[in-house]
Design a protein around this ligand. Sequence first.
Ligand code: DQA
Length: 151
Amino acid sequence: MTLPLIAVLNGPNLNMLGLREPGIYGSATLDDIEALCAETAEELNLAIDFRQTNAEAELISWVQECRGRAAGIVINPAGYSHTSVALMDALSAVALPTVEVHLSNIHRREAFRHHSYVSRVASGVICGLGPAGYALALRAIAGLIAADETP
Ligand code: DQA
């Protein structure tokens, strides 16, 4: 049986987790988050394709590749959340169940982080719960796929 594939996409600077502003982002590395996602996906009978890039164009291409290939997307667009109309358009175009994740609570931070273009097209948004947000996002996607509901 082929398991439904979920793309777990990470944007710029998330490769620096563990080193980067630990007071805000904590001590977990991106490898730790990938391990948590792999463990959660196994429990949920999902396959994951976990990736990170610092480049907006690459992130957009990866979203486009999900069409016809993935059953859902978990995305932490990082800084591009707040700037990228093009990333929002790509997510709209693929029209898959999508959960946006932020490690930090963007609403407790600077005003420029309070708006996310991606949130306009995401099925749901999880922020402020650290790495656990990724596991919760995978659970939410599993539920959306099972119910065949894409809000
Ligand atoms: C982030 C929040 C963004 O505002 C920021 O630019 C990031 C990380 C988070 O996971 O909390 O790079 O997406």
